[in-house]
Design a protein around this ligand. Structure first.
Ligand code: HEC
Ligand code: HEC
Ligand code: HEC
Ligand code: HEC
Ligand code: HEC
Ligand code: HEC
Ligand code: HEC
Ligand code: HEC
Length: 384
């Protein structure tokens, strides 16, 4: 609950007394959600502006830290026309992972109405607004006070605890990591869930939804390897095996464990799309549904009979959990092999000495080791 009378002071002020938290936060994606072009070029050197624009024509770069960037003109509209004389519809979203320009609302007039989730202290005042921005905000990006509330009173009293909010609930994160008004509908498009839906996934995650986001996440640290962070998963404070010792021990030593496949690769595959779909069953944002439905007939997305929209079901299906690695197999194979896949042992058995085709072999088990070695190489190649 916001402290009465308090105003926003900005992360630089918080830094004076909380330098460790600040140093974590500054490497995460949150501060960089809305940046001046100068800032964007600083964290991602060489990031291009849309064709027909220089950085002096851009008021803000929207995103560009992790997946994609969109651009705002000096009137506060999102740029949707590009090219020399701005006559080309589209080519207005830059995907940072593959350097491609794609269309976002090509040619349409699009206001910047994204402030609630991309900024701190969206004030809903219209005084200093631009034509394309109906309401202004206090601070660019997701700063400390987006989660802790305005901090002027806390600062004025030298760090009084009762003058600052600490909210550990998933619904804090769910203010922004969700889409749409319905708690039980996960919007999807062309076979993938849409992005910023972690909270909706999580509500649907069956037994796992007893947790809060911060049971696994340090909210100040990054998780995605974006422009200011190179370590995937850096902000995860509890791993799967910390809570699932039994599952972890039955997985240990299995074929896929030995090949280096991690829990998240089956249970949190990239079923949501922000910028790029790498292949039919792999996009670029990890699922938070955790549960895998091994039924061959189960579909990940469905069309709602009432409104005709596409939504995701509350589980991951096997083509998404398995086939982005096993590209030469099909869904029937995945469904057949999924049950028990965590405990799958190698099929290579020791052959009796007299039947051996490699009598000169001196090291027992060499065949198995080399097979696994080959598989690991194949795996590394396929993982790009
Ligand atoms: C003048 C130094 C100072 C500044 C500036 C400051 N804090 Fe603090 N803050 C403290 C101190 C000291 C504590 C610990 C209080 C205690 O443990 O009794 C604290 C505690 C907190 C806590 C934990 C509260 C709790 O209930 O455990 C949060 C969250 C926090 N600060 C956030 C912020 C934010 C956000 C800002 C910037 C708006 C900020 N602080 C600026 C000194 C400061
Ligand atoms: C995305 C939301 C979010 C942002 C942004 C954020 N915090 Fe926090 N912070 C939390 C939550 C949730 C907790 C309590 C859970 C925890 O400790 O993991 C917390 C805990 C704290 C604490 C007290 C707990 C401790 O470990 O001592 C301090 C102090 C604090 N934050 C300061 C800051 C400062 C300073 C910033 C900006 C540089 C900041 N936070 C940015 C969500 C956030
Ligand atoms: C309900 C909150 C919410 C709204 C509204 C919202 N976004 Fe976002 N957006 C997010 C979150 C959370 C992420 C990051 C997590 C994810 O993508 O799963 C994100 C990511 C992005 C990214 C990629 C950031 C990067 O670093 O690559 C862009 C670009 C973006 N949004 C643009 C927009 C635009 C433009 C609008 C308004 C037309 C908008 N968003 C409205 C919450 C929101
Ligand atoms: C005010 C809106 C808002 C709130 C509240 C919020 N987020 Fe975010 N979050 C965003 C936006 C916007 C992005 C995309 C940032 C970017 O790409 O630059 C993001 C990105 C992220 C990312 C990916 C980037 C990274 O640093 O790895 C993680 C993880 C994340 N948020 C976790 C959380 C957690 C956990 C909470 C709750 C404690 C939370 N967020 C609360 C808006 C929010
Ligand atoms: C902080 C503890 C914690 C962590 C970390 C954790 N889990 Fe869980 N998980 C639980 C709890 C509690 C349940 C529900 C009780 C149960 O089934 O054991 C659960 C249930 C599950 C289920 C069954 C869901 C269902 O509805 O049937 C799966 C699958 C699962 N977890 C996978 C994972 C994976 C994969 C990870 C790592 C990304 C993970 N968990 C990390 C606590 C945790
Ligand atoms: C090769 C893909 C794969 C990997 C890797 C994997 N799992 Fe699973 N896991 C599955 C499938 C498929 C199911 C559901 C079918 C089943 O019961 O075998 C499942 C089921 C589970 C369940 C629910 C069991 C129950 O009875 O409700 C938990 C918990 C779980 N996994 C945790 C983990 C953890 C922790 C790891 C990492 C140590 C892990 N899994 C690694 C594929 C995988
Ligand atoms: C059971 C542990 C767990 C819980 C609970 C959890 N997460 Fe995560 N989250 C993870 C893991 C693990 C990753 C992936 C780390 C990696 O890529 O290595 C992740 C990744 C993310 C990402 C980055 C997505 C991407 O593809 O890069 C965002 C954003 C995020 N989580 C937000 C949330 C929010 C918001 C909540 C609560 C609604 C939440 N998480 C709850 C474990 C968890
Ligand atoms: C991150 C990549 C990855 C994911 C996801 C994955 N696997 Fe695997 N899997 C491997 C690797 C690497 C091996 C080692 C042998 C190989 O290359 O085929 C393997 C081996 C196997 C094998 C034994 C060898 C064979 O091809 O018959 C089976 C069966 C199998 N996986 C089934 C599954 C199923 C079912 C799923 C989904 C529940 C799954 N895998 C998810 C990478 C993956």
């Amino acid at each position: 609950m916001p402290i009465e009378g308090a105003t926003y002071v900005g992360a630089d002020v918080c830094k004076e007394c909380h330098v460790e938290k600040y140093d974590d936060w500054i490497t995460s994606g949150h501060p960089y959600k809305l940046m001046t072009p100068e800032k964007a070029l600083e964290i991602r050197p060489g990031i291009p502006m849309p064709e027909g624009y220089t950085k002096d024509d851009i008021l803000y770069v929207i995103g560009g830290w992790g997946w994609k960037a969109r651009f705002m003109d000096k009137d506060g509209y999102i740029i949707t026309k590009t090219g020399e004389d701005h006559s080309v519809d589209g080519s207005n979203q830059y995907n940072v992972t593959n350097g491609e320009w794609v269309d976002y609302n090509a040619g349409k007039e699009v206001k910047y109405n994204c402030q609630k989730c991309h900024n701190t202290g969206a004030a809903y005042d219209t005084e200093n607004a631009l034509p394309g921005i109906e309401v202004t905000w206090e601070l660019d990006g997701v700063q400390c006070e987006a989660c802790h509330g305005p901090g002027s009173e806390h600062v004025a009293l030298g760090g009084n605890k009762s003058m600052i909010t600490v909210d550990t609930s998933a619904s804090l994160c769910g203010q922004c990591h969700r889409r749409g008004a319905d708690d039980d509908k996960i919007p999807a498009s062309e076979g993938f869930a849409k992005h910023h839906e972690q909270y909706l996934d999580f509500l649907a995650a069956g037994k796992m939804s007893v947790l809060e986001c911060v049971d696994c996440h340090d909210p100040h640290k990054p998780v995605h390897a974006g422009a200011t962070n190179s370590v995937e998963g850096a902000g995860i404070i509890k791993d799967c095996e910390d809570c699932h010792a039994d599952a972890a021990s039955s997985y240990a030593g299995s074929v896929m464990d030995i090949a280096g496949v991690k829990c998240v690769e089956c249970h949190m595959p990239k079923t949501s799309k922000s910028a790029v779909a790498v292949s039919e069953y792999e996009a670029d944002i990890r699922s938070h549904l955790f549960k895998i439905n091994t039924d061959e007939d189960a579909e990940f997305t469905y069309i709602d009979a009432e409104n005709g929209n596409e939504y995701a079901n509350p589980y991951i299906t096997v083509e998404y959990a398995c086939l982005y690695c096993h590209e030469d197999k099909d869904k029937a194979w995945a469904a057949q092999n999924a049950p028990g896949s965590m405990t799958l042992q190698s099929e290579v058995v020791e052959e009796p000495a007299e039947e051996s085709t490699m009598p000169e072999e001196k090291t027992p088990g060499f065949g198995l080791l080399s097979t696994l070695g080959m598989l690991a190489i194949g795996y590394a190649v396929r993982r790009r």
